[in-house]
Design a protein around this ligand. Structure first.
Ligand code: BGP
Length: 462
């Protein structure tokens, strides 16, 4: 890759830090959750990165990371989301950032990754305009506090997944008659909050770079039937382009807007929203990519929810599109379709539309890794996954796409959004299981040694 390419790795605060109530931290919607899928744990200890960050950063340095993408827990900085800042929480991220910089690792900061302060949620969450103001104040605090040390900022992680899978990812409108309509109003508020935060970043930190971080993936039609092609374009507009068109151009995608209007889901604009959206522009686009999606035209009987799924499986929406399996792709242990060539296509589609530099902020393989005698983890399947995706990223670069960084998920093992600790992603194994914390020892997986070589050779694959 080009000189200065940001070979990195990612985490998010609530999934890795633990210390859920330490040093004045407030509760987030993730901490307040009481129900978890059977057999899976909560996020209270996670990988205990809060207490072991120095050991973790030393491992990142040994891995050779040029960048580390992590999120700041809003509730450490402002425990109730909108009141007094918490000096101990602010200090934690100073220490983490300083540790990264001391090892020559560029910090890439996500401002909000699924962990809205519970106190704001209780006052209406993203349904309330007050949350928009609270986010912009929080953003200003981050820019003033860390702006001299942090160059790359990400606004909101996977806003599109929060809207499309709101119940799983901590954005649940309570007792609403029309939850989908409420979600799109929440979505609009987040888009305005993001735009105002980007504008503020440019005002306060003229040399910083800020961008959105949605999950973007190419959408294939199930066949060459023209109706399937339209359904795929509709799903791409609803899933992908709605978010990036607003972030980059300050306007809703027309196909997505038509879908919203037809289903009675259009959000209310308040005075100033239009101007706020139009005034902001990202410096780059970050995106997460795990799987592509394949959809067919909706069926005549309106039964288009073909199967259940999580954020990486297109489930369908009655009368709009039907999620289907792609017969050309293999799936991982969790049913996600593995599609490295789709990664190349996704790069090209985003770059063709927006002509902004691209950064990958997540890409990876969840698996049931086994710690074997002698402290080894043979995760050859992950090495293959990453090799295939990095190769296709290089093809995309050769196709002319401007790519500035690659931060796979995840730097160390952490708690999955859905499947607890057992579904692992890290280059570093964390020795705990769902309910037995053991010693949380860190163990380098085979993929650690492999990625170390890839970075050392600037992407040349063995
Ligand atoms: C993305 C999220 C991450 C991460 C990843 C893997 O949607 O941004 O937080 O968890 O997916 O998902 P999961 O943990 O459900 O396997």
């Amino acid at each position: 890759m080009r000189p200065g390419f940001l070979w990195g790795a990612s985490t998010s605060a609530y999934q890795v830090e633990g210390a859920w109530d330490a040093d004045g931290k407030g509760l987030s919607v993730q901490d307040a959750r009481t129900e978890f899928p059977e057999g899976t744990t909560d996020f209270r200890v996670a990988s205990d990165h809060y207490h072991r960050y120095a050991e973790d950063v030393a491992l990142f340095a040994e891995l050779g990371l040029k960048a580390y993408r992590f999120s700041i827990a809003w509730t450490r900085i402002v425990p109730d989301g909108d009141g007094e800042p918490n000096p101990a929480g602010i200090d934690f991220y100073h220490r983490l950032i300083d540790e990264l910089l001391a090892h020559g690792i560029e910090p890439i900061v996500t401002m909000y990754h699924f962990d809205l302060p519970q106190a704001l949620q209780e006052k209406g969450g993203w349904g309330s305009r007050a949350t928009v103001d609270a986010f912009v104040r929080y953003a200003g605090l981050l820019f003033r506090e860390y702006g001299s040390k942090v160059r790359y900022w990400l606004t909101i992680n996977e806003q599109n997944m929060m809207i499309l899978h709101g119940t799983a990812l901590g954005l649940v409108p309570a007792g609403s008659a029309n939850p989908q309509r409420e979600l799109y109003q929440h979505n609009h508020h987040m888009l305005v909050a993001q735009a105002r935060a980007m504008a503020l970043c440019h005002e306060l930190l003229p040399t910083a770079r800020i961008g959105p971080a949605p999950n973007i993936a190419c959408v294939y039609p199930a066949s060459s039937a023209p109706e399937d092609v339209v359904a795929a374009a509709d799903f791409a507009a609803i899933r992908n382009w709605l978010y990036l068109d607003v972030a980059v151009h300050g306007r809703y995608n027309p196909t997505a807007w038509a879908y919203l209007a037809e289903h009675g889901l259009t959000p209310q604009f308040a005075e100033g929203d239009q101007a706020a959206l139009a005034a902001a522009r990202p410096d780059f686009i970050a995106f997460n990519y795990y799987a592509s999606h394949t959809v067919a035209a909706p069926s005549d009987d309106g039964d288009d929810i073909g199967h259940t799924g999580d954020q990486q499986i297109a489930v369908g929406e009655s009368g709009v599109y039907r999620g289907t399996k792609n017969p050309h792709l293999k799936t991982n242990a969790f049913g996600w379709e593995v599609d490295p060539v789709g990664f190349r296509t996704t790069f090209r589609e985003i770059y063709d539309r927006y002509r902004l530099p691209l950064m990958v902020t997540e890409n990876g393989l969840g698996a049931f890794d086994a710690l074997e005698d002698g402290d080894v983890v043979h995760d050859q399947y992950r090495i293959e996954y990453f090799s295939d995706h990095i190769r296709e990223m290089q093809h995309a670069a050769a196709d002319g796409v401007d790519i500035i960084g690659y931060c796979p998920w995840s730097a160390v093992d952490l708690v999955s959004t859905h499947q607890g600790v057992s579904k692992r992603y890290g280059f570093v194994y964390v020795d705990r299981d769902e309910f037995d914390l053991r010693e949380l020892r860190r163990i380098r997986k085979d993929s650690f040694h492999w990625y170390q070589q890839v970075i050392a050779r600037n992407g040349v694959l063995a």
